[in-house]
Design a protein around this ligand. Sequence first.
Ligand SMILES: [Zn+2]
Ligand SMILES: [Zn+2]
Length: 127
Amino acid sequence: MNNNSEKVKEYHKSYYQENKQAYLDREEKKKLDPVWRRARSEQRKAAEKKSGKYWARRKYGDLIARKLTVEDKKCQVCGELDGTQFHHVDYLEPLFGYHLCIKHHREAHKDPGMLMNIKAKDYGQSQ
Ligand SMILES: [Zn+2]
Ligand SMILES: [Zn+2]
């Protein structure tokens, strides 16, 4: 009897592990599927729209990006010129924030305090 229930336990354990692996494999494959990727990016866009982030980005992009030179947009932390992004302090103020390279933008989201001694750009006032 005892022996048997041990076996049953073992069976369940390995069944679970196999399924977990199959599940992970499926998840990995899903990421390669363009249909799934598109669906996920649509989901993200919808979430951003809701949060106001999308609107802030659009507004910033429309009004400012074209007028700024590469030099204007350089990372305010390290001076990187390539592929910088605008970090919004508050999405309700889409023209107020920092130009940051991808690396420092990521860091700024983890540790907003790192921007404390750097002056934010305020493009709202010159409009
Ligand atoms: Zn940087
Ligand atoms: Zn940001």
